[in-house]
Ligand binder design. Structure first.
Ligand SMILES: Cc1ncc(C[n+]2csc(CCOP(=O)(O)OP(=O)(O)O)c2C)c(N)n1
Ligand SMILES: [Mg+2]
Length: 371
């Protein structure tokens, strides 16, 4: 890799190769039963199916926008399944797999991308904060929350840990770096989980950082580790260890999940304008779902009936979310103005009135057309 400042290649923690071969790692032992691996496989397939459906729903005009998680399923399911019920996650806007693990109904995610709600769920009910669009800001929210956990005396073997999700692009934001420092000096129980999907919209990784992201933690005084983000077992083991480290009062940790955004940045984006298909092919060979399937098949841990049943369940999920999405009310375009301030505000009221006039102008134009 040409952009590394250090001499040696960064280590990548991997417990399952792209060919589906099991590896061990001295720092991350993982005792996992075939049943549990099958459950992870099911999660991966279902969230991919949900995501594919959401992209289609956006194309059909049912959603305003969608940010696909395609390719990042293992990073999200592995880390999401490492969380305990008492833990709190602070996502950005692409963490549909983590949302799934936290029991957020898929329809609630769609509701936000349709504009039907500005939130969609109660963070406390799920230990999963609202989606955040302002890049990197949730790293600070998570750090503040973690400091609260610490002051509440909620640490210990069965205590609470906090996790913040963000992308490679977010590591260039001041907020993220301030969060790293603040978490470090306060020894806050927060895990920073960076999904390095190699792109920040059209900005490639080499324009984002000269040093591998996980190494940045050392400069702030806490450990960092790079994990194969397409390996659900490695993501599970590394995140579980990091959360435990935080939970027990040993402070923050940065995980860089090395993965790839297989789709567009969002449905508003066309990645063929800025990246080559060879890169996509290279990453397709590292697919997070195919390797779990290969492992289950090679070990004789799952038969055709199992895979067919998961496929069928995925189809049913796709149908269900399609119906649920179509049944959601259309947002009133003026509602957004009610959500800005708790108290009336003259500027917001003026903007609301202007926008109402603008919308009404279409009705006037239509009426004139009829005359
Ligand atoms: C503070 C801020 N600046 C700019 C943007 C516009 N923006 C939206 S997504 C994005 C790229 C984020 O890339 P990354 O952190 O790698 O996350 P990814 O989308 O790849 O998951 C940018 C710049 C924003 N939402 N917030
Ligand atoms: Mg990115």
């Amino acid at each position: 890799m040409s952009n590394n400042t250090a001499q040696e290649e960064p280590e990548l923690v991997q417990l399952l190769t792209p060919e589906g071969e099991r590896r061990t790692h001295p720092d991350y032992p993982l005792d996992i039963t075939p049943d549990e691996v099958r459950a992870l496989y099911r999660d991966l397939v279902l969230v991919r199916r949900f995501d594919t459906e959401a992209v289609a729903l956006q194309r059909q005009g049912e959603l305003g926008l969608w940010a696909s998680l395609l390719g990042q399923e293992a990073a999200q399911i592995g880390s999401g399944r490492a969380l305990r019920p008492q833990d709190m996650a602070f996502p950005s806007y692409r963490e549909h797999g983590v949302a799934w693990c936290r029991g957020i109904p898929p329809k609630d995610l769609l509701s936000m991308f349709r504009g039907t709600t500005n939130g969609g769920w109660d963070p406390h009910d799920h230990g999963f904060h609202l989606y955040t669009i302002v890049i990197g800001s949730q790293a600070l929210h998570a750090t503040g929350y973690a400091m609260g956990v610490q002051r509440d005396g909620a640490l210990g073997e069965d205590g609470t840990a906090v996790i913040a999700y963000f992308g490679d692009g977010a590591t260039s934001q001041g907020d993220t770096n301030e969060a790293f420092n603040y978490a470090a000096v306060n020894n806050a129980p927060v895990v920073f989980f960076c999904q390095n999907n190699q792109w920040a919209i059209s900005e490639p990784m080499e324009r984002q950082s000269r040093a591998p992201i996980y190494r940045r933690a050392a400069g702030f005084g806490f450990p960092g580790v790079r994990v194969d983000g397409n390996d659900v077992l490695a993501c599970l083991a590394v995140t579980r260890a990091a959360l435990q480290h935080a939970r027990e009062g040993q402070g923050p940790l940065l995980i860089e999940a090395f993965t790839y955004r297989m789709g567009a940045h969002t449905t508003n984006d066309d990645p063929t304008r800025y990246r080559v298909s060879a890169e996509l092919e290279e990453w397709r060979a590292k697919d997070p779902i195919a390797r779990v399937r290969a492992y289950l098949e090679n070990e004789g841990h799952a038969d055709d009936a199992f895979f067919a049943a998961v496929e069928e369940e995925a189809e049913r999920l796709g149908e269900r979310v399609r119906h649920e999405c179509r049944a959601l009310p259309d947002p009133d375009p003026l509602d957004i103005f009610h959500e800005v301030y708790a108290e009336p505000d003259v500027h917001t009221d003026r903007q609301r009135a202007e926008f109402a006039d603008y919308l009404a102008s279409f009705e006037d134009a239509a009426a004139e057309g009829v005359r």
